[in-house]
Ligand binder design. Sequence first.
Ligand code: PMT
Length: 219
Amino acid sequence: MSGALAGKRVLVSAGPTFEDIDPVRFVGNRSSGKMGFAVAAAARDLGAEVVLVAGPVQLDTPDGVQRIDVRSAAQMHAAVLEALPVDVYIGAAAVADFTPRRVSEHKLKKTVGSDTLVLELVRTPDILAEVAVHPRRPALVVGFAAETHEVERYARGKLANKRLDLIAANLVGAAGSGFECDDNALTVYWDGGERRLGPAAKTEVAARLVDLVAERLQA
Ligand code: PMT
Protein backbone atom coordinates (compact mmCIF):
# COMPACT_ATOMS: atom_id res chain seq x y z
CA MET A 1 0.00 0.00 0.00
CA SER A 2 1.34 3.46 -0.84
CA GLY A 3 0.76 6.64 1.19
CA ALA A 4 2.57 8.70 3.77
CA LEU A 5 1.88 6.12 6.52
CA ALA A 6 2.60 3.00 4.43
CA GLY A 7 4.40 0.38 6.53
CA LYS A 8 3.35 2.08 9.79
CA ARG A 9 1.17 0.51 12.45
CA VAL A 10 -1.27 3.03 13.96
CA LEU A 11 -3.32 2.39 17.10
CA VAL A 12 -6.39 4.56 17.68
CA SER A 13 -8.76 4.62 20.65
CA ALA A 14 -12.29 5.91 20.18
CA GLY A 15 -15.60 6.36 21.92
CA PRO A 16 -16.58 6.51 25.57
CA THR A 17 -16.02 4.01 28.33
CA PHE A 18 -18.89 2.77 30.47
CA GLU A 19 -18.13 2.14 34.12
CA ASP A 20 -20.66 -0.25 35.62
CA ILE A 21 -22.39 0.53 38.90
CA ASP A 22 -24.62 -2.55 38.96
CA PRO A 23 -26.04 -4.95 36.32
CA VAL A 24 -28.29 -2.21 34.85
CA ARG A 25 -26.56 1.14 35.49
CA PHE A 26 -23.26 2.71 34.51
CA VAL A 27 -21.33 5.99 34.51
CA GLY A 28 -20.64 7.09 30.91
CA ASN A 29 -20.15 10.13 28.71
CA ARG A 30 -21.42 11.58 25.43
CA SER A 31 -18.67 10.41 23.08
CA SER A 32 -20.14 8.87 19.92
CA GLY A 33 -16.82 7.54 18.59
CA LYS A 34 -17.19 9.52 15.34
CA MET A 35 -13.92 11.45 15.75
CA GLY A 36 -11.82 8.40 16.57
CA PHE A 37 -13.40 6.26 13.83
CA ALA A 38 -12.71 9.06 11.31
CA VAL A 39 -9.07 9.17 12.46
CA ALA A 40 -8.77 5.38 12.04
CA ALA A 41 -10.21 5.56 8.49
CA ALA A 42 -7.95 8.50 7.59
CA ALA A 43 -4.83 6.66 8.81
CA ARG A 44 -5.87 3.62 6.74
CA ASP A 45 -6.29 5.93 3.71
CA LEU A 46 -2.65 7.01 4.15
CA GLY A 47 -1.58 3.36 3.96
CA ALA A 48 -1.24 2.50 7.66
CA GLU A 49 -2.14 -0.82 9.24
CA VAL A 50 -4.74 0.37 11.76
CA VAL A 51 -5.91 -1.14 15.05
CA LEU A 52 -8.97 0.58 16.53
CA VAL A 53 -9.85 0.04 20.19
CA ALA A 54 -13.48 1.09 20.44
CA GLY A 55 -15.61 1.79 23.47
CA PRO A 56 -19.36 1.08 23.32
CA VAL A 57 -20.50 2.92 20.15
CA GLN A 58 -23.00 2.35 17.37
CA LEU A 59 -20.67 2.73 14.38
CA ASP A 60 -19.61 0.48 11.52
CA THR A 61 -15.98 -0.61 11.42
CA PRO A 62 -14.05 1.22 8.67
CA ASP A 63 -13.03 -1.26 5.94
CA GLY A 64 -9.59 -2.72 6.42
CA VAL A 65 -9.32 -1.64 10.07
CA GLN A 66 -8.86 -4.18 12.87
CA ARG A 67 -11.38 -3.36 15.61
CA ILE A 68 -11.24 -4.44 19.24
CA ASP A 69 -14.40 -3.69 21.24
CA VAL A 70 -14.18 -2.84 24.93
CA ARG A 71 -16.57 -1.41 27.52
CA SER A 72 -14.69 -0.07 30.51
CA ALA A 73 -11.55 2.02 31.05
CA ALA A 74 -9.85 -1.06 32.52
CA GLN A 75 -10.65 -3.07 29.37
CA MET A 76 -9.48 -0.21 27.11
CA HIS A 77 -6.25 0.02 29.12
CA ALA A 78 -5.59 -3.71 28.67
CA ALA A 79 -6.46 -3.71 24.95
CA VAL A 80 -4.26 -0.69 24.16
CA LEU A 81 -1.23 -2.11 25.99
CA GLU A 82 -1.80 -5.50 24.35
CA ALA A 83 -1.72 -3.86 20.87
CA LEU A 84 1.81 -2.43 21.39
CA PRO A 85 4.24 -2.11 19.71
CA VAL A 86 2.92 0.43 17.20
CA ASP A 87 4.49 3.39 15.43
CA VAL A 88 1.75 5.84 16.41
CA TYR A 89 -0.84 5.92 19.20
CA ILE A 90 -3.74 8.37 18.84
CA GLY A 91 -5.94 8.55 21.95
CA ALA A 92 -9.26 9.98 20.76
CA ALA A 93 -11.34 8.06 23.31
CA ALA A 94 -13.14 9.83 26.13
CA VAL A 95 -11.90 7.49 28.85
CA ALA A 96 -13.65 7.78 32.20
CA ASP A 97 -11.34 9.35 34.77
CA PHE A 98 -13.19 7.60 37.62
CA THR A 99 -14.92 4.27 38.06
CA PRO A 100 -17.05 2.89 40.91
CA ARG A 101 -14.90 1.28 43.60
CA ARG A 102 -17.07 -1.82 43.40
CA VAL A 103 -19.70 -3.13 41.00
CA SER A 104 -22.79 -4.32 42.81
CA GLU A 105 -23.71 -7.89 41.93
CA HIS A 106 -27.41 -7.05 42.22
CA LYS A 107 -29.42 -4.00 41.14
CA LEU A 108 -29.06 -1.31 43.80
CA LYS A 109 -32.32 -0.77 45.66
CA LYS A 110 -33.71 2.51 46.90
CA THR A 111 -33.20 2.60 50.65
CA VAL A 112 -36.36 3.42 52.58
CA GLY A 113 -35.98 6.83 54.25
CA SER A 114 -32.99 7.99 52.16
CA ASP A 115 -33.14 10.51 49.28
CA THR A 116 -29.48 10.25 48.36
CA LEU A 117 -27.06 7.62 47.10
CA VAL A 118 -23.32 8.04 47.57
CA LEU A 119 -21.12 6.35 44.95
CA GLU A 120 -17.47 5.94 45.76
CA LEU A 121 -15.36 6.45 42.64
CA VAL A 122 -11.67 5.68 42.17
CA ARG A 123 -9.24 6.89 39.50
CA THR A 124 -8.79 4.84 36.33
CA PRO A 125 -5.33 4.29 34.85
CA ASP A 126 -4.28 7.09 32.49
CA ILE A 127 -3.79 5.02 29.33
CA LEU A 128 -2.24 7.81 27.28
CA ALA A 129 0.28 8.82 29.93
CA GLU A 130 1.23 5.17 30.42
CA VAL A 131 1.76 4.57 26.69
CA ALA A 132 3.98 7.67 26.56
CA VAL A 133 6.46 6.22 29.10
CA HIS A 134 6.07 2.55 28.10
CA PRO A 135 9.26 0.59 27.27
CA ARG A 136 7.65 -0.01 23.86
CA ARG A 137 6.72 3.67 23.45
CA PRO A 138 5.43 4.48 19.95
CA ALA A 139 7.52 6.95 17.94
CA LEU A 140 4.60 9.38 18.13
CA VAL A 141 2.06 9.61 20.95
CA VAL A 142 -0.91 11.85 20.18
CA GLY A 143 -3.50 12.85 22.76
CA PHE A 144 -6.78 14.67 22.51
CA ALA A 145 -7.89 17.33 24.98
CA ALA A 146 -11.59 18.00 25.50
CA GLU A 147 -11.89 21.43 27.10
CA THR A 148 -14.74 23.80 27.88
CA HIS A 149 -12.48 26.86 28.43
CA GLU A 150 -8.84 28.00 28.43
CA VAL A 151 -8.25 25.41 25.72
CA GLU A 152 -4.60 26.18 24.94
CA ARG A 153 -3.49 26.40 28.58
CA TYR A 154 -5.07 23.07 29.56
CA ALA A 155 -4.06 21.31 26.34
CA ARG A 156 -0.43 22.42 26.63
CA GLY A 157 -0.49 21.29 30.27
CA LYS A 158 -1.58 17.80 29.16
CA LEU A 159 1.02 17.79 26.37
CA ALA A 160 3.79 18.35 28.95
CA ASN A 161 2.42 16.35 31.91
CA LYS A 162 1.56 13.28 29.83
CA ARG A 163 4.82 13.53 27.82
CA LEU A 164 3.05 13.62 24.46
CA ASP A 165 4.37 14.54 21.03
CA LEU A 166 1.13 16.18 19.86
CA ILE A 167 -2.17 17.11 21.45
CA ALA A 168 -5.36 17.82 19.48
CA ALA A 169 -7.57 20.13 21.48
CA ASN A 170 -11.26 20.63 20.89
CA LEU A 171 -13.89 22.73 22.53
CA VAL A 172 -16.65 20.66 24.11
CA GLY A 173 -19.98 21.75 25.49
CA ALA A 174 -20.59 24.14 22.55
CA ALA A 175 -22.65 23.50 19.40
CA GLY A 176 -20.77 22.44 16.26
CA SER A 177 -17.69 20.84 17.81
CA GLY A 178 -16.62 18.10 20.19
CA PHE A 179 -18.97 15.34 21.29
CA GLU A 180 -21.63 13.66 19.13
CA CYS A 181 -21.88 16.09 16.18
CA ASP A 182 -20.49 15.44 12.68
CA ASP A 183 -18.18 18.48 12.63
CA ASN A 184 -15.21 19.51 14.70
CA ALA A 185 -12.42 22.06 14.97
CA LEU A 186 -9.06 21.05 16.41
CA THR A 187 -6.02 23.03 17.39
CA VAL A 188 -3.04 20.72 17.51
CA TYR A 189 -0.18 21.78 19.80
CA TRP A 190 3.36 20.49 20.05
CA ASP A 191 6.54 21.78 21.59
CA GLY A 192 7.23 24.91 19.55
CA GLY A 193 4.25 24.80 17.22
CA GLU A 194 0.53 24.65 16.64
CA ARG A 195 -1.86 24.13 13.74
CA ARG A 196 -5.56 24.80 13.43
CA LEU A 197 -7.61 22.09 11.65
CA GLY A 198 -11.18 22.97 10.72
CA PRO A 199 -13.91 23.73 11.48
CA ALA A 200 -14.95 21.00 9.04
CA ALA A 201 -16.54 17.56 8.95
CA LYS A 202 -14.84 15.15 11.37
CA THR A 203 -13.74 13.08 8.34
CA GLU A 204 -11.94 16.13 6.90
CA VAL A 205 -10.44 17.19 10.24
CA ALA A 206 -9.22 13.60 10.75
CA ALA A 207 -7.58 13.56 7.30
CA ARG A 208 -5.70 16.78 8.13
CA LEU A 209 -4.71 15.40 11.53
CA VAL A 210 -3.16 12.26 10.08
CA ASP A 211 -1.35 14.36 7.44
CA LEU A 212 0.19 16.27 10.34
CA VAL A 213 1.02 13.01 12.13
CA ALA A 214 2.82 11.76 9.01
CA GLU A 215 4.73 15.07 8.81
CA ARG A 216 5.74 14.98 12.48
CA LEU A 217 6.90 11.35 12.14
CA GLN A 218 9.46 12.58 9.57
CA ALA A 219 10.50 15.61 11.70
O1 PMT B 1 -16.58 10.65 20.00
P1 PMT B 1 -17.14 11.95 19.46
O2 PMT B 1 -18.60 12.12 19.79
O3 PMT B 1 -16.84 12.11 17.96
O4 PMT B 1 -16.40 13.15 20.20
C1 PMT B 1 -15.04 13.36 19.99
C2 PMT B 1 -14.30 13.70 21.31
C3 PMT B 1 -14.79 15.05 21.84
C4 PMT B 1 -14.56 12.60 22.37
C5 PMT B 1 -12.77 13.73 20.96
O5 PMT B 1 -12.54 14.69 19.98
C6 PMT B 1 -11.93 14.03 22.20
O6 PMT B 1 -11.72 15.17 22.60
N1 PMT B 1 -11.43 12.95 22.85
C7 PMT B 1 -10.71 13.04 24.15
C8 PMT B 1 -11.71 13.19 25.26
C9 PMT B 1 -11.05 13.23 26.62
O7 PMT B 1 -11.22 12.33 27.39
O8 PMT B 1 -10.26 14.27 26.83
P2 PMT B 1 -9.46 14.54 28.21
O9 PMT B 1 -8.96 15.92 28.05
O10 PMT B 1 -10.31 14.22 29.41
O11 PMT B 1 -8.28 13.48 28.18
C10 PMT B 1 -7.00 13.80 27.64
C11 PMT B 1 -6.40 12.59 26.95
O12 PMT B 1 -6.10 11.58 27.93
C12 PMT B 1 -7.28 11.93 25.89
O13 PMT B 1 -6.44 11.60 24.79
C13 PMT B 1 -7.80 10.67 26.58
O14 PMT B 1 -8.02 9.62 25.64
C14 PMT B 1 -6.64 10.34 27.52
N2 PMT B 1 -7.04 9.61 28.74
C15 PMT B 1 -7.81 10.21 29.69
C16 PMT B 1 -8.12 9.54 30.86
C17 PMT B 1 -7.66 8.21 31.04
N3 PMT B 1 -7.95 7.51 32.13
N4 PMT B 1 -6.90 7.64 30.07
C18 PMT B 1 -6.58 8.30 28.93
O15 PMT B 1 -5.90 7.75 28.06
